[in-house]
Design a protein around this ligand. Structure first.
Ligand code: GRG
Length: 260
């Protein structure tokens, strides 16, 4: 399947989620429909191969990603007013609703995961769900956020957890569902991809980050060093894509690298 075809399946399924009528549900919908790239669930579906069976896992991962953004924007965290070109959830609906909407997105994720597993409770599906929970949790993305709150964090380690772990979840859960061989190699690729994704994202935001005194890989290292590091990482990533003869993945790496 092509990226846009995955996107259509995901957007349609996300739209159908039965959020309870009321302001928290409205805030969840507001954020979910604001034009995210859906790259994590697309990766999961790509490796899982059977889109229909893997859909609950992909949706859960996208919901977790969205919860993390809603909470990351809160006044106690990054205190951002805009995300994806529109007002952040707390800016539009107030801080309390921002907290509740993030919580609701996270809980809905695990509800969908469990419903999906209950329909077909195989060992791989249980392992894939555990992988998603672990990577999103206190040994994964949450720990990354904890590191980010440090005054001078070790940036590469912070990226590994804060951004990298959800990419790890996407590819490892997808790989498990698709019964992929050599998961260790996929794990290594996912970690390289997570770094590439965040560093290229940071390069795009460089001026704004300097203005706000934000510590990122690029503000800690110089732009030239950053670009050299991207070259080094992308070489490894392309080698994996070639070995796997995976043109879809290669195109995704190209798009990620070229945005910086
Ligand atoms: C539990 C209070 C509490 C907060 C959790 C863990 C966390 C807050 C936040 C970390 C999430 C974060 C902002 C990670 C940075 C990763 C990143 C580059 C996100 C943007 O990803 P894209 O570009 O976003 O895929 P779109 O908008 O396309 O979905």
């Amino acid at each position: 399947m092509k990226y846009n075809e995955y996107l259509k399946v995901l957007d349609e399924a996300l739209e159908k989620l039965p959020f309870k009528p009321g302001v928290v549900g409205e805030a969840c919908r507001y954020h979910l429909s604001s034009g995210g790239k859906r790259i994590r669930p697309v990766l999961l579906l790509h490796f899982a191969k059977d889109t229909e069976k893997a859909l609950p896992f992909a949706l859960a991962l996208e919901l977790i990603h969205n919860y993390s953004l809603v909470h990351d924007d809160l006044p106690a965290m990054d205190d951002d007013d805009y995300r994806r070109g529109q007002e952040t959830v707390h800016k539009k609906y107030g801080e309390a609703i921002g907290i509740l909407a993030g919580d609701a997105l996270l809980n809905t994720a695990f509800e969908i995961l469990l419903e999906g597993i209950a329909k077909n409770p195989t060992r791989e599906r249980i392992q894939a769900a555990r992988e998603i929970g672990h990577c999103a949790g206190i040994y994964g993305m949450i720990y990354g956020q904890e590191l980010d709150m440090d005054e001078s964090p070790k940036v590469e380690e912070m990226i590994h957890y804060k951004t990298g772990k959800l990419f790890e979840a996407a590819m490892m859960a997808g790989g498990l569902l698709g019964k992929k061989e050599n998961l260790e190699e996929l794990l290594e690729f996912s970690r390289i991809f997570g770094l590439l994704f965040q560093i290229t994202d940071d390069l795009q935001d460089l001026d704004e980050d300097i203005e706000n005194n934000k510590v990122t890989f690029v503000t800690k290292n110089r732009e030239k060093e950053t670009r050299d590091f991207i070259q080094k990482l992308s070489k490894k990533a392309f080698l994996y894509c070639e070995k796997e003869k995976d043109d879809f993945l290669k195109e995704l790496v190209e798009k990620t690298v070229n945005r910086a």
